[in-house]
Design a protein around this ligand. Structure first.
Ligand SMILES: Nc1ncnc2c1ncn2[C@@H]1O[C@H](COP(=O)(O)OP(=O)(O)OP(=O)(O)O)[C@@H](O)[C@H]1O
Ligand SMILES: [Mg+2]
Length: 227
């Protein structure tokens, strides 16, 4: 489903975003991506959605050869991958409902069906009652749920969640991770970048650890490791 071969991303400033990363993630897997700040987690996500190109290597996402993908097909790739961005990227002048429906509107879905989809999804992620509020009126946990809903609205095969429990209390973090596990149970491949030692250690899922842009560990039933 996702395959990176010898992928490097160098930034002009000497920071090695990623170095010689080879990684395969199968359909339906749940993977924790861990590593210190600056280790390359967000860079990896950005490469997967063709937000930037690698300096070297090949990236396959399903049938998409991401590096060679012509510009007009980038939107097709991005429909397959939902992203919960580290900074959420919710639009602050739109309500939660309007934020979540936006990808459907852009892809031309009929209004009635789109509305129903959004309602169902907001219910699933537990913020249906917040639907007419603006992002500024929501708590951190509710905002994460809104960002997760928006990431799922086009029914992607893959969900990338970038530090979705950052700044949340332990209980809310647990609830968010439970939501991601439920989504994974329904068949979506999930990669969650995180610093959350407790969550990773409790779940014993696959753990891929990055350090200064390199994969230093990949364990099927892993722990966070030395932090
Ligand atoms: N656009 C950019 N231009 C230059 N350097 C960058 C750019 N994006 C990332 N980097 C550098 O690449 C390295 C990896 O950054 P990245 O954001 O992938 O780390 P991260 O693992 O997501 O960190 P965090 O846990 O803090 O989110 C860092 O040294 C960062 O400064
Ligand atoms: Mg990051």
């Amino acid at each position: 489903m996702i395959k990176l071969d010898n992928v490097s991303k160098a930034f002009g400033n000497g920071a090695s975003g990623l170095f010689d990363v080879t990684l395969a993630v199968e359909k339906g897997e749940f993977v924790f991506l861990v590593g210190h700040t600056g280790s390359g987690k967000t860079t990896l996500f950005r490469l997967l959605i063709r937000d930037m190109l690698p300096s070297k290597g090949t990236i396959m996402v399903g049938d998409f050869d991401v590096v060679k993908l012509p510009h007009q097909k980038i939107s097709h790739l991005r429909k397959k991958i939902g992203v919960v961005f580290q900074d959420l990227k919710l639009l602050f002048d739109r309500t939660i409902f309007e934020n979540v429906i936006l990808p459907l509107e852009l892809s031309g879905e009929k209004t009635l069906e789109a509305k129903k989809k959004v309602e169902d999804l907001l219910f699933q992620v537990g913020i249906i009652e917040q639907r007419n509020k603006f992002p500024i009126q929501l708590s951190g946990g509710e905002l994460q749920r809104a960002a997760i809903a928006r990431a799922l609205i086009l029914s992607p095969d893959i969900l990338l969640a970038d530090e979705p429990t950052g700044n949340l209390d332990p209980q809310t973090s647990k609830d968010i991770v439970k939501l991601l596990l439920d989504i994974n149970e329904k068949g979506t491949t999930v990669i969650m970048a995180t610093h959350n030692v407790d969550v990773v250690n409790k779940l014993t899922k696959r753990v891929v650890a990055l350090d200064k842009g390199k994969i230093i560990r990949d364990e099927k039933k892993g722990k966070y490791g030395v932090s």
